[in-house]
Ligand binder design. Structure first.
Ligand SMILES: Cc1cc2nc3c(=O)[nH]c(=O)nc-3n(C[C@H](O)[C@H](O)[C@H](O)COP(=O)(O)O)c2cc1C
Length: 211
């Protein structure tokens, strides 16, 4: 057996994975992660599987003092797609930017269809274009899960939020998203004020078959 593998590690991994639950940002309050905890949490993303070592994702922290920028983007994104949105609906959209003490945007770095033809292949690694968007998104998902599990291990609650604003030009412009970049979701982290009944997870028989 590999020296790094132990029954304790397996029990710990299982307990950690199965005790994490999504927490609505409405239930995430101060204190958020300390600077030291944040370094640990953010560093966990780097351990995600990454075909070709492209780091096909990045994260943009939105400090509390700058949440109003995100609130503006959420509000304007709603007004763009629904010119009849009420003041209350716009306020609700804006308010989502102010919830958890820590918030950052997860950005996928997907293939830019216009640039692919110009990318020269590298001899020792798959050409950038060989790592398709599905693989890049899987890598981001793993990075996000590493972040969620590490925050959970530190006693913090985490919640993911997305919605139609992710694709809005307002959000793209605020975060300076380049061609091929896609905003996927916000990662919210804080102290859990109130837990909901955790959702039931599927059984292995629901998603495993044999060839
Ligand atoms: C990319 C992504 C975006 C999500 N966006 C939202 C969201 O906008 N609102 C929400 O309530 N949950 C969102 N979730 C969280 C899921 O709803 C949650 O993970 C799911 O209910 C399963 O719960 P669990 O994580 O506690 O097992 C998102 C999850 C993912 C992977």
């Amino acid at each position: 057996m590999d020296a790094t593998v132990s029954p304790e590690l397996s029990d710990f991994a299982s307990a950690l994975i199965h005790s994490r639950h999504n927490v609505s940002p409405r239930r995430l309050d101060a204190p958020g992660p300390t600077p030291a905890q944040l370094q640990t949490i953010l560093g966990a993303a780097a351990a995600a599987p990454d075909h070709g070592q492209l780091t096909p994702w990045r994260f943009v922290i939105v400090p509390y003092a700058r949440r109003w920028l995100l609130a503006d983007a959420f509000g304007l994104a709603l007004m763009d797609r629904d010119p009849n949105a009420t003041g209350e609906q716009i306020d609700n959209a804006r308010e989502k930017a102010h919830r958890a003490p820590f918030l950052m945007l997860a950005v996928a770095r997907l293939n830019d269809p216009h640039a692919l033809a110009d990318t020269p292949p590298r001899s020792h690694e798959p050409a950038e274009a060989e790592v398709g968007d599905a693989e890049r998104l899987v890598s981001l998902g793993c990075a996000i899960q590493n972040i969620l599990l590490t925050a959970h291990a530190l006693g913090l609650g985490t919640g993911l939020t997305s919605g139609q604003a992710m694709a809005s030009p307002r959000l793209r412009s605020l975060f300076g998203l380049g061609p091929g970049e896609q905003a996927i979701c916000c990662i919210n982290i804080g102290s859990v004020t109130r837990r909901k009944t955790p959702r039931l997870r599927p059984h292995t028989a629901d998603y495993i078959s044999s060839l």
